[in-house]
Design a protein around this ligand. Structure first.
Ligand SMILES: [Ca+2]
Ligand SMILES: [Ca+2]
Length: 230
């Protein structure tokens, strides 16, 4: 009797366990990029003192009819400063615009209230483009994440358009002495230089040539050592 019951009971238990597991585990959703996206485009590596641009790119879905956008930017003010905020061509494709370059605070590490609206009745945009460009200067060692917030992209009917927030990533700007680009300057970077110590090549041919002079030597190690963050 018990033996005859055992198999069905076990099967039922297994089925219940499987169903429970399926409802608990975060199975990947069927993710489609159906929404308008706002992305941040920048060089990944800059040298101290270097000027570089951070572009904010908007890619509308078909029929989004974008007529305006706003955002804030946050960054690490020790690693980078923002010099200017310039409107890109994204909205201008649709017509003339009213542009607010926002307020730069290089102590707090913010640019707030960057916004633009098309000032042509019934005009809108459905093609990707650079909404705004932040011109920045890299300051000191470390890495910086740019983070967007308060992002609103509006249609010509003044309705907020759904955005794919999953592709509003922080972008790391790393410095030459962060050889492995992990945001820390530590034993790992020193070990990478050590591994190829003495090699010669075209200046900067590999990241271990930290000072970009073509020779991997003590000068590269000194640069890593002087920026040690561990
Ligand atoms: Ca590192
Ligand atoms: Ca070198």
């Amino acid at each position: 009797m018990w033996k005859r019951l055992l198999i069905p009971v076990l099967s039922l238990a297994l089925l219940w366990f499987s169903i429970t597991l399926m409802s608990i585990l975060p199975f990947p959703q069927n993710k489609t990029m159906a929404n308008t996206t706002v992305t941040l485009v920048s060089k990944s590596v800059v040298k101290p003192g270097e000027n570089f641009n951070v572009d904010i790119m908007i890619t509308p879905v078909s029929g989004a009819n974008v007529a305006g956008a706003q955002l804030n930017l946050a960054f690490n003010p020790k690693a980078v400063k923002v010099n200017s905020v310039v409107e890109g061509n994204f909205l201008k494709v649709g017509g003339s615009t009213f542009f607010m370059s926002g307020t730069i605070d290089n102590v707090a590490g913010t640019v707030v209230n960057v916004a633009a609206a098309i000032i042509v009745p019934n005009a809108s945009v459905n093609t990707p483009g650079v909404f705004v460009t932040f011109n920045c200067t890299a300051l000191t060692a470390g890495s910086v994440s740019f983070v967007l917030s308060n992002v609103i992209v509006g249609s010509k009917d003044a309705v907020a358009i759904p955005l794919d927030s999953s592709i509003i990533p922080p972008v790391a700007v790393a410095f030459p002495w962060d050889v492995n680009l992990d945001g820390k300057i530590d034993q790992t970077d020193m070990a990478l230089v050590y591994t190829v110590f003495g090699q010669m090549g075209t200046p900067g041919w590999r990241r271990e040539d930290v000072n970009g002079d073509g020779s991997i030597d003590i000068l590269d190690m000194i640069l890593v050592g002087q920026e040690w963050s561990a």
